[in-house]
Ligand binder design. Structure first.
Ligand SMILES: Cc1ncc(COP(=O)(O)O)c(C=O)c1O
Length: 568
């Protein structure tokens, strides 16, 4: 039962993919009969827009005039094709802009709230940015060892300095030399488009240690953050509006935005808030049936484990059901596991989709196509600005892997320093290494503090009037439900705002806490949430939660007209 992951022909990354289609369509029809020499210019012309198209057309006409009458007849025909190509190109531009517009509308974590918070900050107000899971921006210190290694890789001349051992520990020096030896020219040189083979091998060894099953470095691609990997894979899956991707709701807007940008269809499946944001397979079946009844071919399913914005950890039993569902429905599973290090309870430890799939045995382990994503941005590293990520493909035929390699080649190479961060994350100092104790102390310190902060935050929300919040089991977010009184819904309507946007704006103005309204992630009709990260400094947390409670309780009193609340 091979599941098809077709690669759209000429899959050129994102907008380029759309805008180049006109050019791709022109190339074969013009090249031979007309023998016009400047085809690349023609094609560039069509990509760059109408003015250049005309210029390019002139070039073509001048060339064609030199040909025989017979050739001119052919040329005329071909110019009609060119006009058709121009029209296609312009309409592709329009649809690209429409898609871009939709995609940006979907990007709530940088939306209206964030923009207003930035304005207030410029006016001198203290803003607590909890809209993006960006730990270093909220004061988290970088881990020492990886920064030492990458610093040495960036400034290799330090390795020749006789005093280098006074500034850097010997294991950092050895690792820097190791990584430099894997490159062909240091950090300033491109790597293979899939990433450095030596780092991909380190990733494969990490996956083997984690899951207890073999992992092949040839099926691992290093990427500029997990986002780029997700975009790359979705770009290969989505051929057009008829292709659907199952996405959890509430969801992380990377998915809705990319699906819009690529012109595909998002097929939502709802997570169950009353079951701690669990996933009900019957619900999935209904979503697929509904999409199919609308002519959508559902090709892939996304899971985010641990969840963003919902913070839940999927149980092994749930993962089995999902994988079985993907097998039956012939879906590619995209396992977004970027928060796998961020776990704040012991009942449901992180378990990877790959491990569960392999544990299930044949036919599942041999047939379900899975792409798993990871990053250096999350976990206790929080190195969001370094943009290091990877994806691993399981059960993909070599031809598909080759095509994905071709698509990756368009961007030449992922960031090389980011690849080294990834290598270090999957292969940190070991017991006995000089840096081991310090590395472990720093890592534990961050993780334990995150665990405490998760509790302070969810307890804080649950102490507020009309607010209920599931415990943040993992990831970096709390997603409380705000039960709004009818008075608030009416005031929001009068202000022309979505109710949760109205609430979050008022919260921002009153307290400086910048959150993201739940509507940015999707939620059930008539139910309202906000998302906040659990990342503010631990010592500031009690004050932040106090200030939230004061605002919330006053807001509820102000708008409470005793007619009940938005439902749970
Ligand atoms: C669920 C999820 N996937 C992917 C990403 C993107 O991570 P990266 O910084 O590696 O692109 C994020 C970032 O917040 C995320 O929450």
């Amino acid at each position: 039962m091979p599941i098809n992951l077709n690669i759209t022909v000429g899959t050129i990354f994102l907008l380029l993919a759309v805008s180049c289609q006109g050019a791709a369509a022109l190339m074969p029809s013009l090249s031979e009969p007309c023998m016009v020499t400047d085809f690349p210019a023609l094609c560039r012309g069509t990509i760059n827009g109408q003015t250049n198209v005309n210029a390019a057309t002139d070039v073509a006409i001048r060339e064609l005039m030199k040909r025989t009458r017979h050739a001119r007849d052919i040329a005329k025909k071909e110019l009609q094709v060119l006009d058709g190509g121009v029209a296609t190109c312009l309409s592709n531009f329009n649809s690209a802009f429409d898609n871009l517009d939709k995609a940006l509308k979907n990007y709530a974590v940088r939306g209206e709230l964030y923009l207003r918070a930035s304005e207030l900050q410029k006016e001198g107000k203290k803003i607590i940015f909890t809209n993006v899971g960006n730990p270093h921006a909220l004061g988290q210190k970088p881990l020492t060892f990886p920064r030492q290694v990458v610093a040495l890789c960036q400034a290799p001349f330090l390795l020749d300095n006789p005093n280098v051992g006074m500034l850097f520990p010997a294991d950092a020096i050895a690792r820097a030399k190791h990584y430099l030896s894997l490159t062909s020219g240091g950090l300033g040189a491109y790597s293979d488009s899939r990433g450095l083979p030596g780092v991909r091998k380190e990733v494969a060894e990490f996956i083997e240690r984690r899951d207890g099953y073999p992992s092949d470095p040839e099926l691992i691609f290093l990427t500029d953050g997990a986002s780029k990997g997700v975009m790359q894979i979705l770009n290969c899956v989505i051929r057009g509006a008829g292709d659907g991707i199952l996405v959890p709701v509430p969801q992380y807007p990377l998915y809705s935005a990319t699906i819009s940008l690529l012109g595909g269809s998002l097929v939502p499946y709802y997570l169950d808030e009353s079951e701690n944001w669990g996933l009900d397979v019957n619900n999935l079946r209904q979503s697929v049936a509904q999409a199919r009844s609308q002519g959508i071919s559902v090709r892939a399913m996304v899971i985010i484990n641990p969840g963003n914005p919902t913070g839940q950890c999927l149980s092994e039993a749930n993962l089995r059901e999902i994988l079985r569902f993907c097998y039956n429905e012939k879906l590619v599973l995209l396992g977004d596991e970027v928060y796998q290090q961020n776990i704040y309870q012991d009942e449901r430890p992180f378990i990877s989709s790959k491990k569960v799939l392999m544990d299930m045995g044949s036919p599942f382990s041999k047939e379900v196509q899975l792409v798993s994503f990871h990053t250096v941005s999350k976990g206790y590293w929080g190195e969001c600005g370094q943009r290091g990520g990877y994806f691993e493909m399981t059960n993909f035929p070599p031809r598909v892997v080759e095509e994905i390699y071709k698509v990756a080649s368009i961007a030449l190479s992922p960031n090389v320093s980011a690849q080294i961060f990834m290598g270090l994350m999957v292969n940190p100092p070991k017991p006995g290494d000089i840096s081991y104790d310090q590395f472990t102390r720093e890592s534990k310190g961050i993780l334990e503090s995150l665990r405490r902060r998760a509790k302070i935050m969810t307890d804080g929300f649950n102490s507020c009037k009309n607010v209920v919040c599931n415990f943040t089991e993992g990831a970096m977010y709390s997603f409380p439900q705000i039960r709004l009184p009818p008075g608030a819904l009416q005031a929001a309507k009068q202000a022309g705002k979505v109710p949760d946007v109205f609430y979050c704006l008022k919260l921002l103005e009153a307290t400086g806490i910048s959150t993201v309204p739940g509507s940015g992630f999707g939620q059930k009709e008539g139910v309202f949430h906000l998302r906040t990260t659990i990342l503010p400094a631990e010592e500031e947390m009690p004050e932040i939660m106090d200030s939230f409670k004061k605002f919330n309780d006053a807001f509820m009193t102000q708008y409470d007209n005793n007619f009940g609340y938005s439902r749970m």
